[in-house]
Design a protein around this ligand. Structure first.
Ligand code: FES
Length: 544
C-alpha cells in the first residue's frame, strides 16, 4: 500500500485522476511519470512527489501526515541544485519558494547559486552571476514577493549561463609559497598584460593560499583590470566589483573559485585605447598615459581638501576632456578623496541617463548604462581599496562620460514637478504606466510628482524593483537598478540641495531606463508566480 501527495508536484493536477500501470503513476495534465512506491519521477522537470508511510491495524489504514523525507530544507536545497544543474526554471522557483517559506536566510540561498555558478561555468564569471549578486544586494529593498522574484531571476540567469558549459577545474597554486605579495601582484599584472590567463590563475591561487587579504587582492586585481582602458566596454571592472561583493555571501573556502572565475575574461579582452574614438578626433589616450605616470606615486588621501562637488560635476559633463582630466589630476594631487571624486563621477554618469533623449538609437541606452555601471564599480572598488592604480578607473569613467555627450544632444527635459498634487500618487500607478511602451517621459514625470508630494523612497524602490523583476529583463536593467540603489544609499546620509538633487538624479535615471525597456512578454516571472501559487495550494488546473 502506498500513499502519495495528491497534488502533482509539477503544476498541482490531482494525481488520483492519473493512470497507474506497472507501478508507474502518470499525471494526466503533462504526463509526468512517478514511481508509486518512492514518489520519484522519471521526468525531472516535474519534481518528485512526496510519499507518506502507511500501516494497517485492525483493518484500519493509517497514513503518516508527515512526508517520508522529513528534512524539507535539505530537500529544497537539493532541488535548487538540481534545478541549477538542469537549467529548469520551475524547479529552481519551487525550491526558492520552499526555502524562503521554511525561513532559510536569503543569504544562504544566494550562496548556493554563487558557489554553483563559479564552479560550473567554464568561461568563469559572467552576466548570470553578476545578476545574482546584484539581486542579492538589493534584497533589503524588496518585499517578500520581490525577494522571491529577485532570487529567482538571479538563479535562473546563473543556470542559463552555465547550461552546457561544463565544470571548471582549478589549477594548483605555485609550490613555493614564500613569494612576497608585491612580487605576486607584479606577476599577476604581467600575466594579464600578455593575456596569459593560466599564469595569472596560478599566481592568484598562490596569493589566496598565502592568505593575502581582500583589500590587497582587490588592489592587485583591480590594478590589472585598469592597466588598459575601459576593458570590455567597462564590464571587466564591473564584474570584478560584483565578484568581490559576492564574497560576503559565500564561505571563505570557495573564494578561490570566485576570484579565479574573473581571470579568463582577460583572454580576449577589448582594450579601449585601441578604439578609434578614443584617439580621434581628440586623442584621449596619450594625455591620460602622461597623467597616470604623474599619479603613480600618489599617496593615500588625507581627505583634508575638498573639491567643490558642483564644479566637479559640471566639469565632468563638459565638452573639453583634457580640461576634465587635468582638473581631476590636480584634485587628486591636492589630496582630495578618490572615493568622493568617483562618487561624483558616478553621479555625472547617471545625469547622462537622465538627459538621454529618446530620439537616440535604442541601442544607445546601453552606452550610457555601461558608463554608469562602470563608474559605480570604480566607486565601490575605491571604497574597498583606494589603491593609487585604481584611480585610473576614474579617468576611464571621465573619458566615457565625455564620449557619451552626443547622446545628450538634444538633452531630454528634466521634469521639475511644477504643479505636483499634494496627494501622494499610489505606487501602483507607476506599474500601470509601464504596462505600455514608450513611457519614459510619463514615468519620469510620475516619479518626480511622487517625490515632490512627499512620497517615501522605501515603497518607491520596492515598486521600481517590481517594475524590473516582473519583466523578462535583460542583463543591463538589473545592473541599472542595483547600481542606482547603491549610489542612492551613498547619498542618503547627506543633507543639502546638492545631495537632494543627486538622489533625485539617481531615481530619475533608473526610472527612465526601466521605462525604456518595458513591457516585455513577462514569461520568466510567470514561472516564479506559478511556484508561489503552488506552494500556497492554489489550483492552477481549474483556471478557465
Ligand atoms: S504533469 Fe502533472 S501537472 Fe503537469
Amino acid at each position: 500500500m502506498h500513499a502519495l501527495d495528491n497534488r502533482c508536484p509539477h503544476l498541482g493536477f490531482p494525481l488520483h485522476m492519473g493512470s497507474l500501470c506497472d507501478g508507474i503513476l502518470t499525471c494526466h495534465w503533462h504526463h509526468a511519470r512517478f514511481d508509486v512506491c518512492s514518489g520519484g519521477t522519471l521526468d525531472p522537470w516535474a519534481d518528485d512527489v512526496p510519499v507518506h508511510d502507511t500501516a494497517v491495524h485492525d483493518g484500519i489504514v493509517w497514513v503518516n501526515p508527515n512526508p517520508r523525507h522529513g528534512d524539507q530544507v535539505e530537500l529544497y536545497k537539493k532541488r535548487l541544485l538540481n534545478g541549477l544543474e538542469q537549467n529548469i526554471g520551475l524547479v529552481i522557483a519551487k525550491a526558492i519558494v520552499g526555502l524562503i517559506e521554511a525561513g532559510v536566510p536569503e543569504t544562504e540561498i544566494v550562496a548556493i547559486g554563487i558557489e554553483f555558478g563559479v564552479k560550473h561555468r567554464r568561461q568563469g564569471w559572467g552576466s548570470g552571476l553578476t545578476i545574482l549578486t546584484a539581486m542579492a544586494n538589493v534584497l533589503p529593498k524588496l518585499d517578500k514577493q520581490g525577494r522571491i522574484l529577485a532570487l529567482y531571476q538571479g538563479m535562473l540567469h546563473t543556470a542559463r549561463d552555465a547550461a552546457g558549459s561544463g565544470t571548471r577545474f582549478l589549477l594548483d597554486p605555485l609550490p613555493n609559497t614564500n613569494v612576497s605579495e608585491e612580487k605576486l601582484a607584479k606577476w599577476y599584472r604581467d600575466c594579464i598584460e600578455v593575456r596569459d590567463t593560466q599564469g595569472a590563475e596560478r599566481v592568484l591561487l598562490t596569493a589566496l593560499q598565502n592568505e593575502m587579504d581582500e583589500k590587497r587582492l582587490s588592489a592587485m586585481m583591480g590594478s590589472a583590470a585598469t592597466d588598459h582602458f575601459y576593458i570590455n566596454g567597462g564590464h571587466t571592472l564591473d564584474f570584478h566589483n560584483k565578484a568581490f561583493e559576492s564574497l560576503t555571501y559565500v564561505e571563505k573556502k570557495h573564494h578561490n573559485y570566485v576570484l579565479t572565475s574573473l581571470v579568463s575574461m582577460f583572454g580576449g579582452a577589448s582594450r579601449s585605447e585601441e578604439l578609434h574614438n578614443w584617439k580621434s578626433p581628440v586623442n584621449l589616450v596619450e594625455p591620460l598615459k602622461e597623467i597616470f605616470e604623474e599619479l603613480s606615486q600618489l599617496e593615500a588621501s588625507s581627505d583634508q581638501r575638498k573639491v567643490n562637488d558642483e564644479e566637479l560635476l559640471e566639469i565632468l559633463l563638459g565638452d573639453d576632456p583634457l580640461k576634465t582630466f587635468n582638473f581631476l589630476k590636480e584634485a587628486l594631487l591636492a589630496g582630495n578623496s578618490p572615493v568622493r571624486i568617483s562618487q561624483i563621477a558616478a553621479l555625472a554618469a547617471a545625469e547622462r541617463i537622465v538627459r538621454f533623449h529618446t530620439q537616440n538609437d535604442f541601442g544607445d541606452w546601453n552606452s550610457v548604462l555601461h558608463t554608469f555601471t562602470h563608474a559605480h564599480a570604480v566607486h565601490q572598488s575605491l571604497i574597498r581599496s583606494a589603491d593609487p592604480w585604481m584611480v585610473r578607473g576614474i579617468f576611464h569613467t571621465a573619458a566615457t562620460i565625455y564620449l557619451d555627450r552626443f547622446l545628450n544632444i538634444p538633452a531630454a527635459r528634466r521634469p521639475n514637478g511644477n504643479g505636483s498634487a499634494n496627494e501622494i500618487p499610489p505606487t501602483s500607478e507607476l506599474l500601470d504606466l509601464l504596462d505600455k511602451q514608450q513611457q519614459v517621459t510619463a514615468a519620469s514625470e510620475w516619479v518626480i510628482r511622487y517625490l515632490h508630494s512627499g512620497g517615501k523612497t522605501e515603497p518607491l524602490f520596492n515598486v521600481l524593483g517590481h517594475a524590473l523583476l516582473r519583466e523578462d529583463a535583460e542583463f543591463h536593467s538589473f545592473q541599472m537598478y542595483e547600481a542606482a540603489v547603491a549610489e542612492y544609499d551613498h547619498w542618503s546620509a547627506e543633507s543639502g540641495s546638492f545631495a537632494e538633487k543627486a538622489r533625485e538624479t539617481l531615481i530619475l535615471a533608473v526610472t527612465r531606463y526601466l521605462a525604456a525597456h518595458a513591457p516585455t512578454a513577462r514569461e520568466t516571472p510567470h514561472t516564479a508566480k506559478i511556484a508561489w501559487r503552488l506552494h500556497r495550494g492554489e489550483k492552477l488546473f481549474e483556471e478557465g
